[in-house]
Design a protein around this ligand. Sequence first.
Ligand code: FE
Ligand code: FE
Ligand code: ZN
Length: 277
Amino acid sequence: MTYLGAHLSSSRGFYKMGQAALAIGANTFQCFVRNPRGAKAKAIDPADLARLRELMAEHGFGPIVAHAPYIMNPCSRDEGIRDLAARMMSEDLALMEHLPGNYYNFHPGSHVGQGLETGCRQIADMLDRVVTPERRTMVLLETMAGKGSEIGGRFEELRMILDLASCGDRLGVCLDTCHVSDGGYDIAGDLDGVLTEFDRVIGLNRLKAVHINDSMNPVGSHKDRHALIGQGTIGGEAILRVISHPALRELPFILETPTDDAGHGEEIRRLRSALRP
Ligand code: FE
Ligand code: FE
Ligand code: ZN
């Protein structure tokens, strides 16, 4: 059974998100564990998280993905902002201890002119502060579109972070189809070639989750504008090849397309019916 889900709005508590996932035919989902644009953490509600764990077990969910807030920048020039990133990730990972075996995904950050090496070192330093050995949640680096000074637009940049972090062996990667295409990898025209390159540079064993988004822009545009599946430059056929690829098909696939829960439900339904022979 393919694990398909969507990014859900997290204003409703974790158990309710599990129910919302079921309602759209999903068996995984992604969510923020705090306000995506604010720094403030919500109080942890262990009973709510326990109910979600039960729901996930009962309905055969694949791993879910918590997404770090967008404002997090572990390679800011400003030490206060770097510290804030570490604090937010540390608090989020404390919450994720109530959902063991799932993932925590983050955007590596923007080095804002400090240079790739300095940026990667700052990201690695933050990870070594917060990804302590007792943590049971694997942290994932997301592949990015390479907009501005954003780190992660090339596989080599993620490799650099994995190499610089002492905890690098315990980190994973989340591949975003829109981002890699915008980053210059022709995932629509040459999926096998892109996966071979990913394997050579990062290792396919590190790939733990996939964001399935179409893109509004051509390969290498570095724009990061998601499109509905089948309405962008990647196309529905290519997305189907991603979710049915032998090297990928056991992974959780998360839609981050510009629509609501009902729209995501429709995309999931279409993808599931296309997967059936
Ligand atoms: Fe993301
Ligand atoms: Fe993404
Ligand atoms: Zn994006």
